[in-house]
Design a protein around this ligand. Structure first.
Ligand code: OAD
Length: 248
């Protein structure tokens, strides 16, 4: 089996009943959302320690919110691409299909994905720093920076997992369960460097799942993957879909 083989990827998926996709910033790149570590990536231009840690927020909530307000502005102006849309359509194609994403941009939801596990939170949600209540705030730009809770007046924070923080235990537990029980996992547009998300494909492989990676660049997972498709998510996913349609 050739590793860079779309036909072989389609054959794996055709035989699979339980399919999971794990996505990262790369799937939204073609929509115009900057990634973190690539060329022009956010972590090449900004210091995570200043903007995406609880300490940074405690030190300067206005600066942190200004940065998130800027990112919310970018994301509000873009639309889901064929990669997001293909994954959304696969909920109907497979007997069981689940999507686990590291992205906070909400584009999978906008594309129609319903069985969606957002590991790192969502940029359109805010959380009260006093009682942890989560609510939606879609104002672009924000009316008040930093924003405050309309109920209790405490500071609101982005509902996003920052460096040094734990992921939501329920979301992470569901992601590991899905990984341990799937027949095939697609790993799309992630540098596969950030844990615990990066451990999920290894959990899936340990349980016998086939791993299909889609990424224009090699990652630490590439050598472990059964199939490694070197291309853009917005092109490769529709290509696989085309093959699945032809032969279904
Ligand atoms: P990265 O920026 O680390 O990696 C993006 C990956 O997408 C790279 O491997 C690129 O080669 C690939 N890529 C670029 N364009 C692509 C395209 N058109 N199609 C497919 N792949 C493409 O982003 P993540 O792996 O998502 O955490 O980063 C993981 C986490 O680190 C993020 O969730 C974020 C960050 O700190 C938080 O915000 C908590």
């Amino acid at each position: 089996m050739r590793k860079n083989d779309v036909g072989a990827a389609a054959a794996i998926l055709r035989a699979a009943k339980r399919v999971v996709a794990l996505t990262g910033a790369g799937i939204s790149a073609e929509s115009g959302v900057p990634t973190f570590r690539g060329e022009n990536g956010l972590w090449r231009r900004f210091r995570a320690e200043d903007l995406a840690t609880p300490e940074a927020f405690a030190r300067d909530p206005k600066l942190v919110w200004e940065w998130y307000d800027w990112r919310r502005g970018i994301i509000s102006g873009v639309t889901p691409n064929p990669g997001h849309r293909t994954l959304a359509s696969w909920e109907k194609r497979f007997p069981a299909f689940a999507l686990i994403t590291q992205n906070v941009d909400g584009l999978h939801g906008r594309a129609g994905s319903a069985c969606l596990h957002e590991l790192h939170g969502n940029i359109w949600k805010v959380r009260c720093t006093k009682d942890e209540t989560i609510s939606e705030n879609r104002s672009v730009p924000l009316k008040e920076i930093p924003p405050h809770c309309p109920d209790c007046g405490a500071l609101l924070r982005p509902h996003i997992v920052w460096f040094g923080e734990s992921l939501d235990a329920d979301v992470l537990g569901a992601a590991f369960d899905l990984s341990a029980t799937c027949d095939a996992m697609l790993v799309v547009g992630t540098s596969a460097l950030v844990h615990p998300a990066a451990a999920l494909p290894f959990r899936a492989a340990a349980s016998g799942a086939k791993i299909i990676e889609i990424n224009p660049a090699p990652t630490p997972l590439t050598g472990e993957a059964d199939i490694s498709l070197q291309g853009k998510a917005g092109e490769v996913l529709p290509e696989i879909d085309e093959l699945l349609r032809k032969e279904s």
